[in-house]
Design a protein around this ligand. Structure first.
Ligand code: PGA
Length: 252
């Protein structure tokens, strides 16, 4: 059965002290509430990755990066390679978040290369897809999501693909307080799963976790996670508050 996952994307927030404090608070809540059957992944800014992996030795969490270089190594100032992430025991990396597509000109082709680098080092990509508001309004949302999947990850072999986590994040819902309705999320998640069936077969599609992201919070998580094809969430703003984040993790 595919894992239920709640991943916190801290984005470019928090100083070292605040990050340390947030990890401590999450740890206390994990001890108290004994969250069961949910994989919790924390994706802090890269200077705090090791802080988080230290913490992950004592608590049941996994650590993810927010981005990775498409290049192997060498003269790429400012980049962080998959080999580096692997050398500090990072398990996951977000790839293709819409903010990176928008502000850093990431394309489906560069994202496909990032996914390849991660898989070479045994790191699981959390591959983000999702349409813009205009695309939904002009009824192009299915087409857009399909081409993001086909161009970004459908070049993978079945065994490579088995390491992929997908996050459907409609761009109009990210950081806007405007969540997709449970029906809208389910409709798109079912569409994504069908595409995986067509490409990799029923069994693989059944094993692939598809997360929802975009203004997911402690109030709406339960209804979203109750949908048949929603296997958890990629949480931005609400992952910066320990209580709220853990309430979301307990929403299955
Ligand atoms: P949000 O962000 O929860 O703040 O909308 C989600 C994301 O960007 O991953």
């Amino acid at each position: 059965m595919r894992p239920k996952i709640v991943a916190g994307n801290w984005k470019m927030n928090l100083t070292f002290e605040k990050a340390d404090q947030l990890l401590f608070e999450i740890g206390e809540l994990i001890e108290e509430k004994k969250t069961k059957g949910v994989e919790i992944i924390i994706c802090p800014p890269s200077p705090y990755l090791e802080l988080a992996t230290d913490f992950a030795q004592d608590f049941e969490i996994k650590v993810g990066a927010q981005n990775v270089s498409q290049y192997e190594d060498g003269a790429y100032t400012g980049e962080i390679s998959a080999a580096m992430l692997s050398s500090i025991d990072i398990d996951f990396s977000i790839v293709g978040h819409s903010e990176r597509r928008k502000y850093f000109a990431e394309t489906n082709a560069s994202l496909a290369a990032k996914v390849d680098r991660l898989l070479e080092y045994g790191i699981q990509p959390i591959f983000c897809i999702g349409e813009q508001l205009e695309e939904r309004e002009s009824n192009k949302h299915f087409e857009v999501v399909k081409s993001q999947l086909v161009e970004g990850i459908f070049h993978l072999s079945q065994s490579e693909f088995s390491n992929i986590v997908i996050a459907y994040e409609p761009v109009w819902a990210i950081g806007t307080g405007k969540t997709a309705s449970p029906e809208q999320a389910q409709e798109m998640h079912a569409f994504i799963r069908q595409l995986i069936i067509d490409q990799y077969g029923e069994e693989q599609a059944h094993e692939t976790s598809i997360l929802y992201g975009g203004s997911c919070n402690a109030k709406n998580a339960k209804e979203l996670f109750a949908q048949a094809d929603v296997d958890g969430g990629l949480i931005g703003g609400a992952s910066l508050k320990a209580e709220e984040f853990m309430a979301i993790a307990n929403s299955f």
